[in-house]
Design a protein around this ligand. Structure first.
Ligand SMILES: Cc1ncc(COP(=O)(O)O)c(C=O)c1O
Length: 453
């Protein structure tokens, strides 16, 4: 032993350093130094509602646990991806089992074939399907495919619908419907935006007008069959059928973006439940069981335009990833076994009524449109049917309400123009607790409001 080596007994004790004390505020401060805005997706910054964003450590069923150890009832549910709530055992087991066999092969697997077969069985009109990694990729692929198939450049979409963050869909209405859209984000070339037309949601009249002018150049009509990204706005009677007819009239494809709505109200798509079959469907969220997975599918004649069969290129290192596919298969299995839709309908109905009653009792205008367990409490007097109407909502009031709900232990999506989600893991008690919290938060916001004025 060298004389420089201290005798063993004099070495410092081998204790673990104490775990760092975490707080959301401290994490957000650190995050802002290394992540733009401190977040990996803008709405998580809480800019729409104020206050410090919350950091999570775990989730179980309907509950989230923050780094401070607070338990919250979660009505965001990873933006609707967690149909069975957090850490549902069958899904976790399926993912763990898949991971033990290898996390990615970049090659074909039996599971992806089974998954595609299941999807095509459950969704009428989905003759073929291609798996991707997100809803954004699904829509981006559908739009490219529609352009490739029709040989036309133009796209019609609807104000207030969100279709992910590919260039073509980050477009908002320009000065008039017939003049084409303008970029809704920096970095989207005006030339690209001008090929995209943006009509008011639920306006078949606007669609007809546009078709007269631009119908022969239209590749696709792209729509959320229930709009959920301006808050929940339902299609008016005949709107989806009208879009089907409009697409047929001008030879464009109809694309239903069912990234949110797919498998949410029944074991299939919303379009299928309404008896309206689009040419292409985009899926995501629920079908990935909380892992990154999306899908685009539809008529085989159109899908065969995708590489390697056809000229429209699309690819992905992690597409059909075995972990995501395992989570997706486990989710579809649970859906078929448990069919939680009727219960979600009841919970959703109770939630909407409870929130509306709570607001009415304190004299605050609030309307809560919903489909199944998907809902938005709008601070509005009337049920909205378009973005213009939605924009009348009192966003200040929502921000106060959101913070009040968080203080009461309820985590809502942190923006007025979003959808909340009741998962199959939520109980009647969870819903009652949310309504109870809303009574407190609304009463406090009322006091605050009267003090402010
Ligand atoms: C209707 C719709 N389409 C597409 C997307 C994009 O999906 P992703 O966030 O998985 O890219 C979203 C995301 O919220 C969505 O709601």
């Amino acid at each position: 032993m060298s004389s420089l080596t201290p005798p063993r007994s004099r070495l410092p004790p081998l204790t673990c350093p104490p775990p760092p004390v975490l707080s959301s505020a401290a994490l957000f401060e650190r995050a802002q130094r290394v992540i733009p805005g401190g977040v990996n997706s803008p709405v998580r910054s809480f800019r729409a509602v104020g206050g410090e964003p919350v950091y999570m450590v775990s989730g179980n069923g309907s509950r989230l646990v923050t780094v401070e150890g607070r338990e919250l009832i979660d009505y965001c549910c990873s933006w609707g991806a967690l149909f069975f709530g957090h850490a549902r055992a069958e899904i976790v087991e399926a993912v763990a089992k898949a991971a033990r066999n290898g996390t990615s092969f970049g090659a074909n697997t039996a599971a992806e074939v089974e998954f595609a077969e299941q999807l095509t069985r459950l969704v009428p009109g989905l003759e073929m399907v291609r798996l991707v990694n997100s809803g954004t990729e699904a829509v981006m692929t559908a739009v490219r495919l529609a352009r490739g198939f029709t040989g036309r450049p133009k796209i019609l979409k609807f104000a207030g619908c969100y279709h992910g963050h590919a260039d073509t869909v980050l477009v908002q209405a320009g000065s008039g419907l017939l003049t084409g859209g303008i970029a809704a984000s920096g970095g989207v070339p005006p030339a690209l935006a001008s090929e995209v037309f943006v009509a008011p949601y639920n306006s078949l009249e606007a669609v007809s007008g546009l078709l007269q002018e631009h119908g022969d150049g239209l590749a696709a009509i792209l729509v959320e069959p229930v709009a959920a990204n301006m808050g929940v706005v339902c299609p008016t009677s005949g709107f989806l059928e009208g879009l089907r007819q409009a697409a047929n009239r001008c030879g464009a494809l109809l694309i239903f973006d069912e990234v949110i709505t797919g498998f949410r109200f029944g074991p299939t798509t919303f379009g299928a439940m309404q008896g309206v079959t689009p040419d292409l469907v985009c899926l995501g969220k629920i079908i990935g069981g909380g892992l990154p997975l999306g899908a685009v599918g539809g008529r085989a004649e159109v899908m065969r335009f995708l590489a390697p069969l056809g000229p429209v290129y699309q690819a992905g290192t992690l597409s059909g990833n075995p972990l995501a596919v395992a989570a997706g298969l486990a989710t579809l299995k649970l859906i078929e076994a448990e069919r939680p839709y009727q219960r979600l309908e009841q919970l959703g109905e109770r939630m909407a009524k409870g929130l509306q009653d709570a607001a009415r009792d304190v004299g605050i205008p609030l309307i809560c449109p919903r489909v199944g367990g998907m809902f938005t409490p709008f601070f509005l007097g009337e049920r909205p049917s378009s973005l213009d109407e939605v924009k009348q909502a009192d966003t200040e009031r929502f921000a106060t309400f959101f913070r009040g709900m968080l203080a009461e232990g309820v985590y809502l999506p942190p923006a007025q123009f979003e959808a909340g989600f009741i998962s199959a893991a939520h109980s009647e008690l969870d819903v009652e607790a949310c309504i109870h919290a809303a009574r407190t938060a609304l009463a406090a916001s009322k006091t605050l409001g009267s003090r402010e004025t």
